[in-house]
Design a binder for this molecule. Structure first.
Ligand SMILES: C[S@@+](CC[C@H](N)C(=O)[O-])C[C@H]1O[C@@H](n2cnc3c(N)ncnc32)[C@H](O)[C@@H]1O
Length: 214
């Protein structure tokens, strides 16, 4: 798909409709419907970003993949980090951009409307790459390679077991046993790996790993 990049403050600016305005991408349509209407984002940061920021990061920007209306991106930006926030949903990005503007963080957050089944981050570019609530086996290795030496990779997604209570969650979107640690590229040290059982909403697994400095 196409890709549109804009800074947080320009989300509402007039101009020709980008790929966001087109319908027909199943993920975008589904998530736009979820985030549209009466959805009220909490803008709470994910625990992983809180943990990552507390551990100490090398200088450099943060990437938040499949960000949604992300409190994690806002928190990282509020600490003075530039953030690249990527999502296929233009509605999510608009919500995030509006909140960034409200908080005076417009210049710190770049919103990238892109399909993560094909969009890839540049190698060795981010002190923290974060992805929560999304899993794609093809994305994970390049996302890990986007971490700079000494930086962190944080990931959380549903496991295969979650499919018991989420029958529409297909195998490609859930973590198999051992993943994602088992598919980390060489040179990463696992700092934390946590199984998060949840009979009601579906089990998840969380990973935090640091890239060695070679
Ligand atoms: C469960 S939400 C997670 C949002 C946020 N990271 C969080 O933890 O709250 C999944 C996100 O993935 C995005 N998404 C789904 N399919 C995508 C795709 N193919 N490319 C990019 N983003 C996608 C959705 O728009 C949605 O914002």
């Amino acid at each position: 798909m196409g890709e549109e990049q804009r800074s947080g403050g320009r989300t509402a600016s007039p101009g020709p409709p980008g790929p966001a305005a087109q319908s027909g991408h199943p993920d975008r349509d589904r998530w736009n419907a979820r985030y549209g209407g009466g959805f009220v984002p909490s803008f709470d940061p994910h625990r992983l970003v809180v943990q990552a920021l507390s551990l100490g990061l090398p200088d450099g920007p943060v990437a938040d993949l499949a960000c949604g209306p992300s409190g994690s991106a806002l928190l990282a930006a509020s600490t003075g980090r530039e953030v690249t926030a990527v999502d296929v949903s233009d509605v999510a990005l608009r919500l995030l951009g509006q909140e960034a503007t409200r908080l005076g963080l417009t210049d710190m957050i770049t919103l990238v409307e892109a399909d993560l089944t094909s969009w890839r981050p540049p190698e060795k570019s981010f002190s923290l790459v974060l992805c929560t609530g999304y899993w794609d086996r093809e994305l994970f290795p390049p996302a890990a390679q986007a971490v700079i030496p000494g930086g962190l990779l944080g990931w959380e997604a549903f496991t295969d077991a979650a499919r018991r209570v989420r029958p529409r969650l297909c195998a490609d979107w859930s973590l198999s046993p051992g993943e994602p640690a088992s598919v980390l590229p060489p040179g990463f040290e696992v700092l934390a790996e946590l199984d998060l059982p949840d009979d009601e909403n579906g089990d998840k697994r969380r990973l935090l790993a640091r890239r060695g400095t070679d």
